[in-house]
Design a protein around this ligand. Structure first.
Ligand code: GLC
Length: 550
């Protein structure tokens, strides 16, 4: 079986692609995407130039949270396929020079995991200590009033022993106790088992939660976080040249180096989310999104560029399976769908870090749309709906918020063709197809030399070929402009300047003298430009990259 070649730092020049398997491609016609379906689309990914795949969970699971509730870390959920299918995916990806990065979900397991089934039976069970237990409050209720992220109490009663267990997501996802060394050793063992099978690394789910001190109320970025990450590195990762990317909603720019600094022995890069939460209502959160502000997005992404300028690294992304579609959230999905998606992609991929493309974004899929609560499938949306109704919120208002920012918006099936079942399935898809996507398909886009797939391919190749995209220093210009991003990368005598109008209205700016450039147009959304100087007018969603040698 071929193996993916792991040279040190291989991920610095590559672009990742996230597969959320349930909606990617259904091979056996049961309406649910599967591993053979992914294998059948590897040529599409290779053609795009994808350097590695981040595979969202495919492990055995009761699917309380779409597989982020694992009941067996060493088995595949049968509707997704078998371990032989998984080995074939790893091998076939390697043949095409792509690594497969697994999702590592170890803040919690499923409540059906044998570890938890054993732990809950009695207070002296050998694995009791692998989870977090507390006595009830004096009134018999939960130990404190901590709430879970997906709605409802963060502590749940296990009647067998009369104690409560911590479950920060759904009640079916009990938190593991990271203070327990035997539990950690079992996780290290499982990670080595996957690496020995040939996977190229791990995307680490809510990794900022593993150092928590529950009694002190320190949950994210807790006191033991970096100790655990260093132990993981020593025990599992050192010397293997695999890619590790941590999901950390709590991370601020000041956390970048502690997690990813070159001498830290922790992670390679982070998914940070400040640019996402920036768009939420400070009190009501994601269900009441704020209007998108391209200057706020720029401020956050630039702050991460600065935080990783000398040391550390970051992942670059605008969409994933927990977020609305990139073009719906930050672009114009109606009047300028392709052009706005290109402008956003260029503005993002020009930065320093490792870019990730979420499935379907390579040809500009837009948000799913659901008119009735019965059409939603996501546990977070459904739980919050129930709570919102109990609190007296109007149904229509909740549905509008869920269509804008809920997790099902980006989870509808990949629209491969505009034929029946979107080329995704011959059966009935597990969640509704998106009517607005009916004429947006990979097939139609790929046939267009000016399409989004061609645009992505070009960017991905540039990243492989041009050291300035990997190593160039970042410098920003015109940071007071409300709609335009102007930044450059510099390496030796080379300059790469990116200018992007990330709005649907024409924008004017006076090029700062030190940003003025004349050179070779590398990529553009409207028309090539070989210079930017004096007063410049950028068309709606116009973006351009110019390369110059001093
Ligand atoms: C992460 C995942 C999300 C999941 C949660 C709990 O945020 O991306 O999909 O629901 O962790 O595992």
């Amino acid at each position: 079986m071929s193996r993916f070649a792991l040279a040190p730092g291989w991920w610095r020049r590559r672009t990742g692609y996230q597969v959320w398997p349930r909606s990617f491609c259904d091979f056996d016609g049961d309406g649910i995407g599967d591993l053979p379906g992914i294998v059948s689309k590897l040529d599409h990914l290779a053609d795009l130039g994808v350097g590695f795949i981040w595979l969202s969970p495919v492990y055995d699971s009761p699917m309380a949270d779409m597989g982020y509730d694992i009941s067996d870390y060493r088995a595949i959920w049968p509707p997704f396929g078998t371990m032989a299918d998984m080995d074939r995916l790893i091998g076939e990806a390697a043949v095409r020079d792509m690594g497969v990065v697994m999702d590592l979900v170890v803040n919690h397991t499923s409540d059906r995991h044998p570890w938890f089934l054993e732990a809950r039976t009695d207070r002296t069970a050998p694995r009791r200590d692998w989870y977090v237990w507390r006595d009830p409050a004096p009134d018999g209720g939960p130990p404190d009033d901590r709430q879970s992220y997906f709605g409802g109490p963060g502590w749940r009663l296990a009647p067998e022993t009369g104690q409560y267990y911590l479950a920060l997501f759904t009640p079916a996802q009990p938190d593991l106790n990271w203070e327990c060394a035997a539990m950690r050793a079992a996780v290290w063992d499982m990670m080595r088992w996957w690496l020995d099978r040939g996977v190229a690394g791990f995307r680490m789910d809510v990794i900022d939660h593993i150092g928590k001190d529950v009694d002190a109320g320190l949950i994210e970025n807790g006191p033991r976080l970096h100790d655990h990450l260093r132990e993981m590195h020593r025990e599992v990762l050192a010397g293997r040249n695999v890619l590790t990317v941590g999901e950390a909603w709590s991370a601020e720019p000041a956390d970048a180096v502690p997690y990813t600094g070159r001498d830290r022995g922790e992670l390679d890069m982070l998914f940070q989310f400040r640019h996402v939460t920036e768009g939420w209502d400070p009190v009501q959160g994601k269900w009441r999104p704020r209007p998108h502000d391209p200057a706020a997005l720029r401020r956050v992404l630039y702050s991460w560029q600065r935080a990783t300028a000398e040391d550390g690294w970051t992942a670059l992304f605008l969409g994933n399976h927990d977020l609305p579609r990139m073009v719906s959230r930050y672009g114009d999905p109606v009047a300028h769908r392709v052009r706005s998606a290109k402008a956003l992609t260029l503005a993002l991929h020009g930065l320093r870090g490792t870019p990730f493309v979420y499935q379907g974004d390579e040809f500009g899929m837009v948000n799913g749309r659901f008119d009735r609560i019965e059409e939603f499938r996501d546990v977070e949306t459904l739980t919050h709906h129930r709570l919102a109704m109990e609190a007296g919120m109007a149904e229509a208002e909740f549905i509008a918020g869920a269509n804008t920012n809920g997790r099902d918006t980006g989870r509808t099936p990949v629209q491969w063709t505009d034929g029946p079942g979107a080329g995704f399935t011959n059966g009935t898809p597990w969640i509704g197809l998106t009517p607005a996507n009916a004429h947006i398909s990979a097939e139609a886009d790929a046939a267009d030399a000016n399409g989004l797939i061609a645009f992505h391919r070009r960017l991905i190749v540039l990243r492989r070929d041009m050291a300035i995209l990997t190593d160039g220093r970042f410098a920003a210009h015109a940071e007071d402009h409300t709609s335009v991003w102007i930044y450059e990368r510099r390496l030796g005598g080379e300059r790469l300047l990116i200018a992007a109008n990330l709005t649907g209205t024409e924008a004017q700016l006076d090029m700062p003298p030190d940003a003025t450039i004349a050179g070779r147009p590398l990529l553009w959304t409207v028309a090539p430009r070989d210079r930017l100087e004096g007063t410049v007018t950028l068309a709606p969603w116009e973006a351009v990259a110019i390369h110059a040698l001093d």
